[in-house]
Write a protein that binds this ligand. Structure first.
Ligand SMILES: O[C@H]1CN[C@@H](c2nc(-c3ccc(C(F)(F)F)cc3)no2)C1
Length: 312
């Protein structure tokens, strides 16, 4: 089988949401290649905590005694219990998917009323369900796909797609360049040339986080840029045109247009940069600012997983 689903950006491309059918109800979920839980708002939460969200009203079978509890890089989090239900994404069906229903979520999830939860697409080794870890949607369907892969084509300020089971050559230029993936930490982890340390491909992270030295070198070419500790990153005049940023990954290179690196206004005519420091995180994060310049293939067709990057 194959399938494709739209990925619609929230404002400023903060995150990209996909429609997912769970037990016949459609939820708008953040597909996150940096985590491995599929969780949704549910009627088990206080009404005030789920106002404005689509909430799961148990349609599947409860997995008695199973719980989950997840925290994200920004300090947000959620927890709850577990059901098994039918999940459909872009026409691809998992008949018995672990659906993690929230009993509580942090305030930033409550206030993001476009977002009804997450669908994780990292490796199942970091799924948080206890006492028995559960499989991601991709792990549940990959054997039914024409090819064991999915591909992300996120776009700047407009809807993109996630393709399942096939590569759409109309969505990129040039060729796809593949690099090996280290799965030891459960992420789509790879090495990029000229960027020290390990990097992860993370559709659930908004910005591009690279080492200080690379960040300082980039903004040295932006006259109005400075590090603003009150904003927690580099900011600049919203009217200043920004240089492109190019990186070599394996035998290919990807260029992020300067326009994409103006993330959003933070106050008046001051804008926050899409490239920020990864120092203190533990690895570099190639998030949406980078991914929206690419067609990225999350590939398990070979004996060991690999990532493919092409210019979008
Ligand atoms: O943990 C890493 C795994 N991938 C990154 C990720 N972060 C979120 C997230 C989504 C929505 C929210 C909220 F709505 F604002 F609460 C918060 C965090 N989703 O993936 C970071």
């Amino acid at each position: 089988s194959t399938g494709s689903v739209s990925a619609s950006p929230e404002s400023y491309d903060e995150s990209y949401l996909i429609p997912v059918s769970i037990g016949g109800t459609t939820f708008h979920l953040d597909l996150d290649t940096g985590s491995s839980d599929l969780w949704v708002f549910s009627t088990q939460q206080p009404a005030s905590q789920r106002s404005g969200h689509t909430a799961y009203k148990q349609t599947g079978t409860k997995k008695s005694g199973y719980t989950w509890n997840i925290s994200y890089g920004d300090g947000s989090g959620a927890k709850g219990d577990v059901y098994v239900d039918k999940v459909v994404v872009g026409g691809v069906t998992a008949t018995s998917q672990a659906v993690e229903a929230a009993t509580s979520v942090s305030s930033s999830f409550t206030s993001d009323t476009d977002n009804d939860g997450l669908i994780g697409a990292a490796f199942s080794s970091i799924n948080t369900v206890s006492p028995q870890q559960q499989l991601t949607f991709f792990d549940n369907v990959k054997n039914s796909l024409s090819q064991k892969l999915f591909a992300a084509r996120l776009r700047y300020h407009t809807a993109g797609t996630y393709d399942y089971g096939y590569i759409d050559s109309s969505k990129y230029s040039g060729s796809i360049h593949y690099v090996p993936v280290n799965t030891a930490n459960g992420f789509w982890e790879f090495t990029a040339s000229g960027v020290s340390g390990s990097s992860i491909a993370d559709t659930g992270t908004t910005l591009l986080y690279i080492p200080d030295s690379n960040v300082d070198a980039y903004y040295a070419n932006v006259d109005s840029a400075s590090y603003d500790s009150s904003q927690g990153g580099y900011t600049f005049d919203c009217d200043e045109s920004l240089p492109d940023w190019t990186v070599t990954i394996g035998s290919g290179s990807i260029t992020v247009p300067g326009e994409y690196i103006n993330f959003a206004p933070v106050s008046g005519n001051t804008c926050f940069g899409g490239i920020q420091s990864s120092d203190g995180i533990g690895f570099n994060i190639f998030g949406d600012i980078f991914l929206k310049a690419t067609y990225t293939v999350f590939d398990q067709t070979q004996s060991s997983p690999r990532l493919g990057f092409a210019q979008g």
